[in-house]
Unconditional design. Structure first.
Length: 357
């Protein structure tokens, strides 16, 4: 029996079908090639550590940023951030025994304690005037100064101070607005981009305790792990458990992740994040409130050195290096600089593992 002539083969398919098959084969070859040159970065850390902001920065730096439509989609989130932040401050008055909100502003403050406010998707003119008046009120400012005693988003002051711009009819959120907008991460978020001839895939998973059961689904084929720690949260409690200090939670979590068998041969990079907030807080609040053995006083450099050593010492694998960077996730230039260093680390370690160095 001779070979069947493909031209006369009834199973060979039409010209269009052959072309479609050729394209599928080409895509499969491309996917295989991409997998060989793919770097998978896994972002881990406790809630509020800044992981999602890092992911946004990757989009800004490597994917031409956010379109106008994407920026407009953040309007409702930002409006909600304004409303819920002022509600958090006003609601803390009873808890903290602060009753010196001025008489003329008490009715405005009461607006934020109603159940109806929870259903507002937009900052109305009434809410706008209330926010502006309350943000100047000595009682509200006192409560804001004690934000470590209740739950308040980092960007509260930023949004209050930009309220007039935020409520404009044609408001389109800026890059800085997007970076400060807070929506709690649930599930798994991925962002992919090409850089230096390599396909990078960054995976961000929610950091709250109820989200961590999903983490293990992302552990396979990880090239490098980026662990985020919010340096400024050493005097704050967890959203999900107000008995637990946020920094203590990060220490416990990092020790577990760093020494996990899944990451024995994985590069581990630590981002000591929220540098800007930490610089301001350490002038007023000693790190000793979190760690009894800290003796560096209210000094930024001493405190940063202590935290670096604190986390690095948790690594029980003498062959593994922990690379530590101090970051400000809302600062695009800082993240661009740090991520360039991260890329160099990952490429160098990959070459060493392949015996190319």
């Amino acid at each position: 029996m001779g070979c069947i002539d493909s031209k006369n083969n009834p199973y060979a398919g039409s010209k269009d079908e052959k072309e479609a098959s050729r394209k599928i084969d080409e895509m499969i070859r491309k996917d295989r090639k991409d997998l060989e040159h793919e770097v998978k970065l896994l972002l881990l850390g406790a809630g509020e550590s800044g992981k999602s902001t890092i992911t946004k920065q990757m989009k800004i730096i490597h994917l031409k940023g956010f379109s106008k439509e994407e920026r407009l989609s953040y309007r409702d989130i930002i409006h909600s951030n304004v409303i819920m932040a002022m509600r958090a401050i006003v609601s803390a008055a009873d808890k903290l025994g602060v009753n010196n909100i001025t008489a003329e502003n008490k009715e405005k403050a009461a607006l934020f304690t109603t159940n109806e406010i929870l259903f507002e998707q937009k900052v109305t003119p009434e809410i706008t005037e209330a926010v502006k008046a309350l943000w100047k009120d000595p009682g509200i400012l006192e409560l804001y100064g004690r934000a470590n005693e209740y739950q308040l988003i980092d960007s509260a002051a930023y949004f209050f101070e930009n309220i007039d711009r935020i409520v404009e009819e044609d408001y389109v959120p800026t890059k800085d607005d997007l970076l400060r907008a807070r929506a709690r991460t649930t599930g798994i978020t991925e962002i992919a981009f090409h850089c230096r001839g390599v396909h990078w895939r960054m995976v961000d998973v929610g950091g709250q305790r109820n989200e961590r059961k999903k983490w293990i689904h992302c552990f396979q084929d990880v090239t490098a792990l980026i662990f985020c720690v919010a340096m400024s949260e050493y005097d704050l409690k967890l959203y999900e458990d107000e008995r637990v200090n946020r920094m203590h939670e990060s220490v416990t979590l990092f020790e577990e992740i760093c020494n996990c068998q899944w990451f024995n041969d994985t590069s581990v990079i630590m981002f000591l994040n929220k540098r800007d907030l930490f610089q301001e807080k350490i002038k007023k609040v000693d790190l000793k409130v979190c760690f009894d053995d800290y003796a560096g006083g209210k000094n930024y450099d001493n405190a940063v050195d202590y935290l670096k050593q604190k986390f690095v010492k948790l690594n029980r694998n003498q062959h593994k290096v922990i690379y530590v960077h101090v970051t400000c996730a809302t600062d695009t230039d800082n993240i661009r600089f740090v991520f360039n260093a991260v890329k160099d680390i990952i490429v160098r370690e990959s070459m060493q593992k392949s015996d190319l160095l």
